[in-house]
Design a protein around this ligand. Structure first.
Ligand code: SF4
Length: 503
């Protein structure tokens, strides 16, 4: 068998119809394009009183109904939008406080059997130099990220290809967890490996669960059936809309508790896509005892070499609409984490983080093998898309601290079993934020001691003092005195070089 035949045989073995058809309703999936348009058209000119009632429902951390989200999306009055923005920020603070989580993407392989019209990694893009990291190279990348930059969380990214199948993904996850690098005062290591990869079977997802996958992230890209079929050409695995749409059902079935969904905004009408995300979240909640998406992502289509579709689309999302869609997602699925990435410029990130974002990346490189010093400029240009913000983690953390946000490197929730249904309950009742605050203080202390520049350390110290004082003020109403004492004990031990202490 030649390489192409081997690939074809592999492709034919990937999709298992019985693993998604069982969730469908008489052959129909849960995204009804006509119904979404009916909701959007049927909720035009919403009464301000109704909008304010909807905002109160979000503040009570309840997932909205499709009619309610459609009403928010139909607001025209800019003053009312100001109220919406204020409430989205308030909901974020209620669930997540002033905490923000940082991570880095690690691209392991850009081989791909698919041909998505908007992506530089697509099979027909001859300009792309194909590469897959060896396990040793993956470790080298992780050493830079954990030992030099100070990341504790990664999202590991793979194209869909037999060379980066579930076995390879599992091996890379294991390799990353093994990395432990001495630092100034302690050691650096990656404590949570999230995965962005193709939809997989229940069996493959069980294998990833066994090696300690964090969140499993797959974006539907677009929920609009016709657009989906057009941008994911026939004859590719990705052309199958339902295999992708139901991959989070399979993940939850396989015991992967934290699942993440997203849309590539710019492929179709943004209001429709926000509705699609809501329907997806509600479907998961209804089928899996209240477990909805752990995070939602909302990347905007960006130029990529060898992907001319990006210039042609008429659905590009303006900065103004981008802010609106972020606020409406925050209000529609109030408990979820929301990720804004370095695709966006520093200015835009500054504007949208307060609207409800909980995670962001920094020191980002998206070429294969890009974190090691041998990486050069020419390779940097051959990537999946172009970045809008290339600031270092140190710079980003300093700016966030100046804005009043504490960067949390906490990965305790996952390791203490605060995932799935448990985390959903904690998020909905605002209790997760309490654990998070303590762990944010501890992990921020670690990071300041191990990786911060003098300037960032100084600003960070001030913020950390303020945070400790805030916890102290909440004794005993929120924090028992013993917990506060334990916090201070852990804090001192971390200052003395101990690492990875958490609640
Ligand atoms: S978007 Fe993903 S599946 Fe599509 S071509 Fe790019 S890497 Fe492959």
């Amino acid at each position: 068998m030649n390489v192409l035949e081997k690939e074809k045989t592999w492709m034919d073995s990937v999709i298992k119809e019985d693993q998604y058809e069982k969730y469908m309703d008489n052959g129909k999936d849960f995204i009804d394009d006509d119904e979404i348009w009916e909701k959007l058209n049927g909720n035009k000119n919403p009464d301000p009183k109704r909008i304010r009632d909807i905002l109160q429902k979000s503040l009570a951390i309840q997932t909205l109904e499709p009619d309610e989200t459609a009403a928010l999306l139909n607001v025209k009055d800019e003053r009312l939008w100001e109220e919406i923005f204020e409430m989205s920020a308030k909901v974020k603070r209620k669930v997540y406080d002033n905490r923000i989580v940082t991570f880095a993407p690690l691209y392991c392989s850009n081989y791909c059997v698919n041909n998505c019209l908007y992506c530089g990694f697509r099979r027909e893009n001859q300009k792309e130099k194909r590469r897959r990291l060896t396990i040793d190279e993956v470790k080298e990348e992780a050493k830079v990220l954990a030992g030099k930059i100070g990341h504790k969380r990664l999202i590991v990214v793979y194209g869909e290809h037999p060379l980066s199948d579930a076995r390879y993904i599992a091996d890379t996850i294991k390799a990353i967890y093994e990395v432990k690098v001495p630092t100034k005062n302690g050691y650096g290591q990656i404590r949570r490996v999230n995965v962005n990869a193709a939809p997989m079977s229940v069996e493959d997802l069980r294998m990833l669960k066994e090696v300690g996958i964090g969140t499993y992230q797959v974006f539907q890209e677009t929920y609009h059936h016709q657009t989906y079929a057009r941008v994911h050409p026939e004859g590719t695995i990705k052309h199958n809309y339902q295999w992708r749409l139901y991959c989070m059902h399979r993940a939850l079935e396989a015991g992967v508790d934290d699942v993440a969904i997203g849309v590539l905004f710019g492929l179709y009408d943004w209001r429709f896509e926000v509705m699609g995300l809501l329907y997806h979240a509600r479907e998961l909640e209804s089928k899996f005892d209240g477990i909805g998406p752990h995070t939602i992502s909302f990347p905007r289509l960006m130029p990529a070499l060898g992907a001319p579709f990006v210039q042609e689309t008429k659905y590009k999302v303006s900065d103004e609409d981008f802010k609106k869609l972020i606020a409406v997602i925050r209000l529609s699925v109030p408990y979820t984490g929301m990720i804004v990435t370095a695709r966006e410029s520093a200015d835009i990130r500054r504007e949208v983080i307060p609207l409800g974002c909980t995670q962001t990346d920094a020191s980002t490189r998206i070429g294969i093998g890009a974190y090691r010093e041998s990486y050069n400029r020419q390779e940097a240009e051959r990537q999946q898309f172009l970045l809008g913000d290339t600031r270092s983690l140190d710079e980003l953390i300093r700016e966030l601290a100046q804005m009043g946000y504490i960067t949390s490197f906490c990965t305790a929730g996952y390791r203490c079993g605060r995932t799935g249904q448990r985390i959903m309950k904690l998020l909905r009742t605002g209790k997760e934020g309490q654990f998070c605050k303590l762990n944010a203080i501890l992990t921020f202390r670690e990071w300041l001691d191990d990786f911060a520049s003098e300037e960032t350390k100084e600003i960070g110290e001030r913020l950390i003092k303020k945070e400790i004082e805030e916890v102290k003020q909440k004794i005993p109403s929120v924090y028992p005195r013993e917990i506060f004492q334990e916090l201070i004990g852990y804090y001192e031990r971390i200052k003395d070089g101990e690492r990875d202490l958490y609640f």
